[in-house]
Each structure stands twice: as structure tokens, then as C-alpha cells.
Design a binder for this molecule. Structure first.
Ligand SMILES: [Zn+2]
Length: 195
């Protein structure tokens, strides 16, 4: 059996998604082989990110200030807001280098099974953002029951002057947006359908 501290490190690595016993063991042993300065940098990096990264006050994206880079970027189109369930989805869409509008993070999707109601989500803030300049909302949700329910709810809440569009079919049913391959995501973005 491993010494207590090593065993604990292995358990910590196992908290990461997709990391099982073997991989956790490999990571932990790798840490032991690293220079102490390198391990310190690693530990400080974790803490620093955790302490300094918060949610953008406007859109909910990750930021180290009040507002995220996308909200601060005057070049981006204010007339289109892409609505996503989590800030991770923004990273996936930004990688496509195709969308030039703004974002809004809901912080989840409506789910009766998991007892997530509209009030639990960042919906009020989104509705407040819908001024005359906003012409289109792109609902970029995973094609799940929760995604459909949330889209339906939003389409009833949003004024008719704002066009609502959905990502086109082609995304894996029930799959997570962030795991879709880039081509599929790009195609479903460009072929989005008006509701
Ligand atoms: Zn923002």
C-alpha cells in the first residue's frame, strides 16, 4: 500500500472527470517526480484560477474582472445573443471562430426531473438585456428534453420582435454541446432554424 499522503493525492486526482484509479496513480507518481517549484506553480495555478475567476456581470461568462472580454469587445455584434446553458459552451463555440455576437449563460436548463425551475436560471437577466438593439437570440442548447423545455419557455417570454433561432439538427441527440465535434457544431450553427 502507498503512504498516506500519496494515497490522498491519488484520491484527489480521481475527482477529475474521466480519471480512474490507474490514471490517478500515474498522475500522483508524476507529481512526485516533478521539481518542487513546478509542483508549487501547479498548486498556485489551481488556487489562483479558483480565487480570481468569477462570472461576468452581464453575460455570466468566465472573467477575472467585472465584465468578460466578449462583453467588453466593441467589435462584437450587439444585435445577436447566443444563449447557452454553461460558460463551457462559450469556449466550444468560440473555438469555431465563426460567431461574432454576444453570449448569455443561463447556468443550466429547465428540468422537472432535477427540479430546476426558470427562477433558478439566469433568465431575468437575459430578458433585461433585450433592448431595441437585440434582433436575434440563438438558443444553443443540447438536443435534450431539458434543452427543448428551456427553448419553449424562452420563446414564450421573449417579445415577438426578437427572432429566436435554434441550432440545426445534427448534434448528437441527448449529447453535450461541448463534446460535439467542431464541424458538426459549426454546421448546426450556420444552418440554424428560426422558431
Ligand atoms: Zn460577459
Amino acid at each position: 500500500m502507498y503512504p498516506l499522503e500519496l494515497q490522498k493525492l491519488i484520491e484527489l486526482f480521481k475527482k477529475l472527470p474521466g480519471v480512474g484509479n490507474k490514471t490517478a496513480e500515474r498522475y500522483a507518481l508524476l507529481v512526485l517526480e516533478m521539481e518542487e517549484a513546478e509542483v508549487e506553480e501547479f498548486a498556485e495555478g489551481l488556487l489562483d484560477a479558483k480565487r480570481k475567476i468569477t462570472e461576468c456581470e452581464i453575460c455570466g461568462n468566465y472573467t477575472n474582472g467585472k465584465h468578460c472580454d466578449i462583453c467588453l469587445d466593441a467589435q462584437r455584434d450587439e444585435s445577436v445573443i447566443c444563449v447557452v446553458s454553461s460558460a463551457r459552451d462559450i469556449l466550444a463555440i468560440e473555438k469555431l471562430n465563426s460567431f461574432q455576437g454576444r453570449y448569455h449563460v443561463l447556468g443550466g436548463l429547465i428540468s422537472t426531473v432535477n427540479n430546476v425551475m426558470p427562477n433558478d436560471l439566469n433568465i431575468d437577466k437575459l430578458l433585461l438585456r433585450l433592448n431595441d438593439e437585440v434582433k436575434e437570440l440563438i438558443l444553443a442548447f443540447s438536443p435534450t428534453l431539458e434543452g427543448e423545455t428551456t427553448a419553449l419557455y424562452l420563446s414564450k417570454k421573449v417579445d415577438e420582435s426578437v427572432v429566436i433561432s435554434h441550432l440545426a439538427q445534427g448534434l448528437p441527440m441527448g449529447g453535450q454541446l461541448e463534446y460535439a465535434d467542431e464541424m458538426t457544431l459549426l454546421r448546426s450553427f450556420e444552418n440554424r432554424k428560426k422558431v
